[in-house]
Design a protein around this ligand. Sequence first.
Ligand SMILES: *[C@@H]1O[C@H](CO)[C@@H](O)[C@H](O)[C@H]1NC(C)=O
Ligand SMILES: *[C@@H]1O[C@H](CO)[C@@H](O)[C@H](O)[C@H]1NC(C)=O
Ligand SMILES: *[C@@H]1O[C@H](CO)[C@@H](O)[C@H](O)[C@H]1NC(C)=O
Ligand SMILES: *[C@@H]1O[C@H](CO)[C@@H](O)[C@H](O)[C@H]1NC(C)=O
Length: 512
Amino acid sequence: MMALQIVRVVLLFSLFVASAVGDEIKNVLLLLADDAGLEMGAYLNKFSQTSNLDALARRGLLFNNAFTSVSSCSPSRAQLLTGQASHSNGMYGLHHSVHNFNVLPNSIQSLPNVLREETNGRIFSGIIGKKHVGAADHFRFDFEETEEQHSINQIGRNITNIKLYTREFLRQAKTQSKPFFLMIGFHDPHRCGHITPQYGEFCERWGSGEEGMGTIPDWKPIYYDWRNLDIPAYLPMTDVVRKELAAQYMTISRLDQGVGLVLKELKNFGFTSNTLIMYTSDNGPPFPAARTNLYEHGIKSPFILASPNEEDRHHETTGAMVSLMDVYATVLDAFQLPIINNSVASNKSLLPLLRKEPKPHEDDAIYGSHSYHEITMDYPMRMIRTRKYKLIHNLNYWSYFPIDQDFYTSPTFQQILNATLHRDHLPWYRSLEGYYERPEWELYNIKSDTMERHNLIKDPEYKNILKVLKQRLHDWQVSTNDPWLCAPHAVLQAQGIFKDNPVCLTLGHESL
Ligand SMILES: *[C@@H]1O[C@H](CO)[C@@H](O)[C@H](O)[C@H]1NC(C)=O
Ligand SMILES: *[C@@H]1O[C@H](CO)[C@@H](O)[C@H](O)[C@H]1NC(C)=O
Ligand SMILES: *[C@@H]1O[C@H](CO)[C@@H](O)[C@H](O)[C@H]1NC(C)=O
Ligand SMILES: *[C@@H]1O[C@H](CO)[C@@H](O)[C@H](O)[C@H]1NC(C)=O
């Protein structure tokens, strides 16, 4: 008790000292998209019109090497809020409905809880839009307007509602004169074709003012002529995909304008000059080799870090390799709270990048740990990605790669499936067979083979590189307490007589 109190006194004192020397960050705003990739002008997408996100990118630092450690919604959100890989925090898959994943009951520290407990309630926390993590006690925000109180479309896609709740949150923060942490979980540009196809594949027509679609007063939909669009190289070169992109981009116009509305509220309340703003997405877009995969389009994240401090970097890009797990430490750092020093959570704040671009090293690495998406999708994968190489370990490599419900019904997947069943030609760089059947290990030279087509695992030239990457991946799994550490060919024993000396005991697969 005594020790805790002393810590608090020291904390308050250090906050005071910091503000006295003119540090201007008082609040943190985290803007999170749902299944968005890099479909933004700032990332050189020529078609998707995102003037608000582009303007935010100019105000801040735009990341070219930001990655999520997991390519699924709830696990990704849990990683942001705990700084931990999904295998450490226990959020192995989706939170809602039959999937029923929650973080582990013990010793999980999440941003809203830490911010409240470590400051005696001095920081006001809020979440508006999609939450999708649990259990509730482990992620208790002071202000919550989420799918737990509203329909997900009204709170996650209706940007007028998002604006109004943001206004209410900021009003309360101002009245209480408390620093705040506000997270906005946009539900755009997630698919919805498997649930409400009448609104379009991405719910892009919902609220557009067209007949039967209702209106979102603050949204001016941007329509795209699919005939004009270029298809990214990783997707089938078909008109079906072009139409999907037109729908996705239209939905992104709602996300983008929602970001604009929130930033305008921030400004109207006078918080622009003391709020750190982050924009990112939980995982990549819902297309093949993207979401639910550790391939590049599944993990590459849009990331903007915009600081109110004049001396910080603005309108610049960074090549630093960062993980979305680092958001946790970044938020704590912004509030000048000590970063919990345990090896399971990332302790890497991104704030130093606002001052100075670090020298790139060949060894710079980010890690991936994906176990489920839906409860039936038992396909755990572990990954290390350096600037040049990516190593993926598919732990259940003998089963077919699983497909989730909303991607399954998508026109893109249906076309791939149909072409496969009818043995028709499809202009796609992968085959469904190769997509389903993956080897235990995949090693790619990401620099020269950006499409991840040439598995180098058996190439003797890469023997040493493979050995080093395997060791680094293993070390990371050890230091983050991965229960899958010994999978699939051994059993991890770590309790009782093995407690002080955990071991992987072979299952004898090699002799079968
Ligand atoms: C969006 O929210 C506003 C404000 O609550 C409401 O007037 C409007 O009807 C909503 N739009 C849809 C499509 O439900
Ligand atoms: C964090 O922990 C590591 C290893 O336990 C230790 O070497 C390091 O000094 C600690 N850092 C801080 C800031 O406490
Ligand atoms: C951060 O964590 C790493 C890995 O656990 C550790 O080696 C390092 O000392 C930590 N740094 C700080 C500043 O706590
Ligand atoms: C599936 O392929 C068959 C044969 O090529 C074609 O006639 C049919 O229209 C296709 N269906 C869909 C949904 O694409």
